[in-house]
Write a protein that binds this ligand. Structure first.
Ligand code: RB5
Length: 155
């Protein structure tokens, strides 16, 4: 994962540039999807703008930041093809990639500090999803829920 979209609302704004600087120094190419000022704005709109660009193929994954990470992850997960994971610890970041093949990392800038955010982003970006049968099957079930074909699956 080299190209990364990054978006936030006003609550995530203070963390965005430090994260961009850090990940750039680690060799990643960051695409800044805003917001670009500390003025109050609406997290669903930024989540939508960033996820649209991800789904258009501009990058392999995205990072979204709001106050808690909750609102922006809910908004991101409304998009077909987005698997957004709200992470506040390293284990969740690792599992979100290995088990869930998450393509969006969400974090709460009012919940965790910037140093932990950097470590979580590192872990997320350096962990591959597992191609183990059961994990792939579950990811396919997530897609089936999106497509409305879940009733066709047997449990
Ligand atoms: C903004 O005040 C705050 O509600 C937002 O950043 C986020 O935490 C929502 O889930």
């Amino acid at each position: 994962m080299k190209k990364i979209l990054i978006g936030c609302d006003h609550a995530g704004f203070p963390a965005k540039q430090p994260l961009i600087d850090y990940l750039t120094s680690e060799g990643y190419e960051l695409i800044d999807c805003g917001t670009y000022t500390a003025d109050s704005c609406d997290y669903p709109l930024n989540a939508h703008a960033t996820c649209k660009r991800l789904l258009n193929g501009e990058a392999e994954c995205a990072i979204l930041i709001c106050g808690t990470g909750i609102g922006i992850s809910i908004a991101a997960n409304k998009h077909k093809g987005i698997r957004a994971a709200l992470c506040g610890d390293l284990y969740s970041a690792e599992m979100s990639r290995q088990h869930n093949a998450a393509n969006v990392l969400c974090m709460g800038a009012r919940v965790i500090d910037i140093e932990l955010m950097k470590q979580i982003a590192d872990k997320f970006l350096t962990t591959d999803s597992l191609s183990t049968d059961r994990h792939v099957r579950r990811q396919q079930q997530l897609s089936a829920i999106e497509d409305g074909t879940i009733d066709d699956l047997s449990f």
